[in-house]
Design a protein around this ligand. Sequence first.
Ligand code: FE2
Length: 161
Amino acid sequence: MAKKPSYIGTLTAIATAERGGYELFKAWASSTRDTRLRTALNTVAVREAEHSWAFEKRLSELGYPLESAKSKDANEIVKLAGSRSADTKKFHALGIGVKRTTDSDDQGDRLLSLLSDTTIDSQTGELLGRFICEERDSGRLLTEAYKSLQRRIGYKKKQVK
Ligand SMILES: [Fe+2]
């Protein structure tokens, strides 16, 4: 049998995290009353699910099928996402709309480091490249959804006065 690729752990972590992401954004989409936000959340949820499946498929092709394991942290944030808490609070829990404190919070650098392993085969590299770009786009989509929500909240408050 061929030597185990060094990036199996990375692929497993992504497949698992993206599954958790799907649960989170789906739960949030189901609980929000804001229809415009729901559209954005559903888009991200579908992307997360597709990423999870794509990485699980690649792991199977490489001969290392995914063994599902859930993290406790993921369960907590899914609970918050599906709760009646304010949408703004949920954004903040994901780090959107809050000031970043350290450089390590830089999503772009974290994602790019996924390709630092020079032994990654081209098919897996292609998948990782698409994943990185879509994750960044989802980040932009969520940031825009947050700003739009804040504008609508501000507008409603002005009307109440
Ligand atoms: Fe994701």
